[in-house]
Design a protein. Structure first.
Length: 583
C-alpha cells in the first residue's frame, strides 16, 4: 500500500486508545468533519472501504448551488445555508469552484402558481410548468438568501427575443428566460482528498486509511484490515457513521441497527458536442423536462454534462446510468434544443450514484428533503461508544453540516471549538491569488522557479491550486515536457508526484479521483499503460500487479461509466513509462 512516511509512522505508533473519534466513510461529509475536528485538536481516524470520495461524492451534478428548487418545498433554511456555503466555497476553494451563470427557459407567464402553493403547504405532487411570475418570485428570493458573503451578480429576467439571442438553439416555444448565478466544481473527488489531507496536516494525532475494511467489532474495539493484510485496532470514544447510502449496513455491523436511508439514484451523461458547448457560452441551462423533472446541461471540462435522474434505488455498489435514463436525457435535450443533433455516439462518459436521502413517504423523489440530520444511537451493552449517523445533506453544505456535527461531538467530549472553518481555504485554495494582478505575478514566479512556461504554470494552478508549487519543486526523474499519450495536457511528472504524495493505492485513484483523466483525458489503452508504468515505478508494483490494476480500470470504466478504452491490445508484459532516476 502507499502511505507517506509520516502517515506510516503514525500508524506504527497507534495505540488502541489514541483515537477520540472514528469516522467511517470518507465522502464529502466525513472528510469535512474529519478536517473540522482535527482542527480543534481532536484525534480522529477516518476510514473508507474504498478510496476517499469514491462513492456518492463522486457522482454529483458537479454543482455548488443554493438549491433554487427547494424554495417551492418551503425549505428556506436549507436554501439560506446552501447559498451561504456556495459563496464561501467560491472563496475557500477557488481552484475547484467557479461561478456558473445559469439560464432558465420560461414557457408561460402565470402557470404553476397554484401547484407551487400546494407544494409549499405540503402537497406530495411536484409542481409542473413554472411560469415567469413564479420564476421571478423564486429568483428574487434566491438573491435575498444569497446576499450573505455575496460574490456574484443578481438575477435578471429577459424577454424571448433577447433570450434566443443568448441561447440561439433554444426552442422557440419559450416566452422569456431567467439568468441567475450558481457555481460548479471541476474536481469534486479531488476536493474530498484535499479535506482529508488538510486534517492530517493540521493534527499529528489524526489518521486516514482508504481501502480499509472493518474486520471485527468486539466490546468497543474495532479492527480494520488494510490492503496489504495488516490490521490495526482502535477503541474510540465516539463513532461517526458517514457511510452515505451504506449507513444502515454499517450501523448493523456496529451493533446499532437503523432504517435511516431511502436513497435515490442520480445519473448523468457527458457528450462530446463542441457546437452545443460553444452555444452555451459558459452558461448552464436549468430546465424542466416534459415530465416536470428539473434537468440541466452545461460545459464541464469541454464536454456537455447532462443530468440528472431521481429514481428510488438501494444498491450503491452496483449503480450505473441505464438505457431508459440515457434515452430520457437525449429526448429532453432534443426537445429543449431542437436545432442540434443528439445521438448516443456523442456520449463519451456516464456516471451514477445513490443519494443518501432520509427515508420518506414522498410520492415524488424530487420532493424528498435534501436537508441533513445527525441522529445519535447512545451506548448500549457491548457497545460503549455512541454512534452519530450523518443522514442526507448535499455537496454544497458539507462545511456547515460538519460544523454542526463537530460542535455536537466537542460538547460530548467536553471540549470547545478553537477555530472556525467559515473562511478557511481548502487544499490548493490556500494563498490562492485573489485577483488578476496577483494571479499573473504568481504564475510568473512559479513558472520561473519550476522551469516551465507561464501558460503551463497557469494550467497547473487551475488544476491543483497552489499545490502546483510543491509539484513543480519536488525532485523527479521525469521532465514536465514528458506528456501522456492521448492526454498531452498532463505530464508524467504530475502522475509521479500524485502517486508518491497523495495516498494512492490503486491506479483508478489516479485516473478517476486525484485527477479527471478518465473524463477529460480521452484515455486510450496506451495512455493508461503509460500512467500505470509511472505508478509502478513510484509505488513498487511488480508486473503482475500493474497488469491487474490496468484491467481493473478498464473494467470499471466499462461497467460503471459506459466507456470502452481504445488502442492496441494489452501486451503480456505491460508497457512501462521510462523509470525515473529517483525512487
Amino acid at each position: 500500500m502507499s502511505m507517506t512516511p509520516d502517515l506510516q509512522q503514525r500508524f506504527s505508533n497507534l495505540g488502541e486508545n489514541d483515537i477520540d473519534v472514528l469516522i467511517i466513510g470518507a465522502g464529502i461529509n466525513g472528510a469535512g468533519l474529519f478536517r473540522d475536528l482535527s482542527l480543534q485538536g481532536v484525534n480522529c481516524l477516518i476510514v473508507d472501504k474504498a478510496d476517499f470520495g469514491s462513492g456518492t461524492s463522486a457522482a454529483p451534478s458537479r454543482l455548488i448551488h443554493g438549491g433554487l428548487k427547494y424554495l417551492e418545498t418551503g425549505e428556506f433554511g436549507l436554501v439560506a445555508q446552501s447559498t451561504l456555503e456556495r459563496n464561501l466555497l467560491l472563496k475557500n476553494a477557488p481552484h475547484c469552484v467557479e461561478p456558473l451563470p445559469t439560464f432558465i427557459p420560461v414557457f408561460s407567464w402565470t402557470r404553476g402558481i397554484w401547484a407551487a402553493i400546494r407544494t409549499l403547504f405540503g402537497s406530495k405532487t411536484a409542481p409542473r410548468s413554472r411560469g415567469a411570475v413564479l420564476i421571478k418570485i423564486g429568483l428574487r428570493l434566491y438573491d435575498f438568501f444569497g446576499s450573505r458573503d455575496q460574490v456574484m451578480p443578481r438575477h435578471r429576467l429577459i424577454l424571448k427575443k433577447q433570450a434566443r439571442r443568448e441561447m440561439p438553439h433554444i426552442t422557440p416555444a419559450i416566452v422569456a428566460g431567467g439568468i441567475y448565478y450558481d457555481a460548479k466544481i471541476s474536481r469534486p473527488e479531488r476536493l474530498v482528498y484535499e479535506l482529508v489531507n488538510d486534517g492530517l496536516d493540521t493534527n499529528a494525532g489524526s489518521l486516514a486509511a482508504n481501502f480499509a475494511t472493518l474486520a471485527a467489532v468486539s466490546e468497543g474495539r474495532l479492527t480494520f484490515r488494510q490492503p496489504d493484510g495488516r490490521e490495526f485496532s482502535v477503541a474510540p470514544k465516539l463513532v461517526v457513521n458517514a457511510a452515505g447510502p451504506w449507513i444502515d449496513q454499517v450501523n448493523t455491523l456496529l451493533g446499532a441497527p437503523s432504517r435511516l436511508i431511502g436513497g435515490t439514484k442520480g445519473s448523468h451523461i457527458l457528450l462530446d458536442h463542441p457546437e452545443l458547448v460553444r452555444s452555451l457560452n459558459g452558461h448552464m441551462i436549468y430546465f424542466e423536462a416534459d415530465d416536470g423533472r428539473i434537468c440541466l446541461v452545461y460545459d464541464y471540462l469541454g464536454l456537455a454534462l447532462v443530468g440528472s435522474t431521481d429514481i428510488p434505488a438501494g444498491d450503491p455498489d452496483n449503480v450505473s446510468c441505464e438505457e431508459p435514463e440515457t434515452e430520457y436525457f437525449l429526448e429532453s435535450i432534443r426537445s429543449l434544443l431542437p436545432t442540434l443533433r443528439f445521438d448516443r455516439d456523442q456520449i463519451v462518459y456516464s456516471y451514477s450514484g445513490i443519494r443518501p436521502l432520509p427515508a420518506s413517504d414522498a410520492t415524488a423523489p424530487g420532493l424528498i428533503s435534501r436537508d441533513h440530520s445527525a441522529p445519535v444511537k447512545e451506548p448500549e451493552d457491548g457497545r460503549p461508544f455512541p454512534v452519530v449517523s450523518l443522514v442526507g445533506g448535499k455537496w454544497t453544505t458539507f462545511r456547515g453540516f460538519a460544523e454542526e456535527v463537530a460542535d455536537t461531538v466537542l460538547s460530548r467530549l467536553q471540549r470547545s471549538r478553537s477555530q472556525s472553518t467559515r473562511y478557511l481555504a481548502i487544499g490548493g485554495g490556500k494563498a490562492f491569488p485573489a485577483d488578476a494582478e496577483q494571479r499573473n505575478a504568481w504564475i510568473s514566479d512559479t513558472a520561473a522557479r519550476g522551469g516551465v512556461a507561464a501558460e503551463r504554470a497557469g494550467e497547473l494552478l487551475g488544476r491543483y491550486g497552489t499545490t502546483a508549487v510543491a509539484l513543480l519543486s519536488s525532485p523527479s526523474g521525469y521532465s514536465d515536457e514528458q506528456r501522456l499519450t492521448g492526454a498531452p495536457r498532463y505530464s508524467l511528472r504530475e502522475i509521479d508526484w500524485v502517486a508518491r504524495n497523495e495516498l494512492v493505492i490503486h491506479l483508478s485513484d489516479i485516473v478517476m479521483r486525484r485527477t479527471t483523466l478518465a473524463i477529460e483525458g480521452r484515455l486510450t489503452l496506451e495512455g493508461l499503460r503509460e500512467i500505470a508504468g509511472v505508478a509502478e515505478a513510484a509505488l513498487g508494483w511488480d508486473g503482475e500487479r500493474t497488469a491487474s490494476e490496468i484491467q481493473d480500470v478498464v473494467s470499471q470504466l466499462s461497467r460503471f461509466h459506459g466507456q470502452a478504452l481504445t488502442g492496441k491490445p494489452a501486451a503480456a508484459e505491460p508497457e512501462k513509462a521510462p523509470r525515473p532516476a529517483l525512487g
